[in-house]
Design a protein around this ligand. Sequence first.
Ligand code: ARG
Length: 463
Amino acid sequence: MPKGNQRSWEKRLQKGPDRNMLDFVQSLDIDWQLYPYDITGSIAHARMLANKGLIPKAAFNAIRKGLLQIERQIRSGRFTFDKTLEDIHMAIEAALVRRIGRAGLMLHTARSRNDQVATDIRLWMKDRIHQVQQQIVNLQKGLVKLASGYIDQVMPAYTHLQRAQPVSIAAYILSHVEPLERDHIRMGNCMAMVDCSPLGCGAVAGSTLPIDCQMTAKELGFAHLCRNSIDAVADRDFAAEFIFDCAMIGLHLSRLATDWIIFSSTEFGFIRIDDAFCTSSSMMPQKRNPDALELVRAKAASLYGALVAILSVLRSLPSGYNRDLQEDKVHIFSAAQTTEACLDMTAQVVAATRFQPDRIAAGLDDGFLDATALAEYLVGKGIPFRRAHGIVGSLVADCDRQRLRLRDLPLGRLRRYCRKIDKDVYKVLGAANVARSYRSFGAAGTKQAAQMVAYWTKVLQAR
Ligand code: ARG
């Protein structure tokens, strides 16, 4: 007779699990990180069971004490994880039974690993969302601080990576604060999805025992209860949403990274990143490479990968819990870790970067950044915009051939293109003049930048 299965939760099986199979299905490698949440969840569950008379008070006290000891043990690295126990839930429960005996056998009353793991991940994610939001605010503050030093300084804004219109350097820097604000809001919206307690939903159908799901939800700080147990054990929408939000953060950081990689090149010379955040070359002794930003940009790719992976894990799963869901943690953990690392690194690079307004100014009047403002000047003189656009287009083409700037042309020459041009035209010619002339809400001029630096300083101070 083969020896029977010793694992208490698998008496149904005639033999112990195949070793390779066990190694393949175990998730302890990854989900051990959930231990603080697993323990908090178990303590809340046990307290509720005692409160409802489903386990003795003394059993709850022993469970609580035992779990807290196990938590300390894990935290201090003195806990041995036995992978044959499959996951963090079983590892902790087994350790508890070893420690306190019979009372430990009562903990899993009216509970399944299915609602347990869903609870753990949600608790974990609530912490991660707070953390990511804090890091977003920290980066925003760094950008606003940087921007505040360059309100009246001017740089070109680009479309198609071609010189477009002159803007306040501060407005450019603040253009990275706005997407981060949307990321902050998105993470907050994700929280609304995460903040639901599935504890008590059991394996798939809840329990016939008179448990109190409100009580555990309240103790664990959940705002709501999951209303349908079948859905609650299968729902990972929040996980996909979290990773999407991380992917958007990655996208936004990659935009800043690419800008600044270009801006730090000798060709541009718009910014200087401190030596502490540059690397050199093993061969070329002169090099100062922006590797940190290059990696921020590249790591966004892993976030997209995690997003595709979680959506693919979830696609076509049947209702209820399926073991496929165990793979969710691989992707949410890596997404959180990558996002936090990239936000942190970007904030440090921002703090270590200075713009070089003098170098930017030196080339500012190349590329006809004032052409659009000149066309708008003509509109002010009663010329239909489409016609004004054509006039300035011809002017620019002529200047370009003769290597002249618009503001170099004497009034008489300008008037050959349009008689309505007056000597007040020189107030809107030249990049610096244009940057001071913007009037529309949200424009990237110096006036608006001053207001927006004040706005963001106030908004972020309150966080
Ligand atoms: N380790 C599993 C997970 O992370 C826990 C749930 C397993 N449940 C089960 N019935 N096999 O999803």
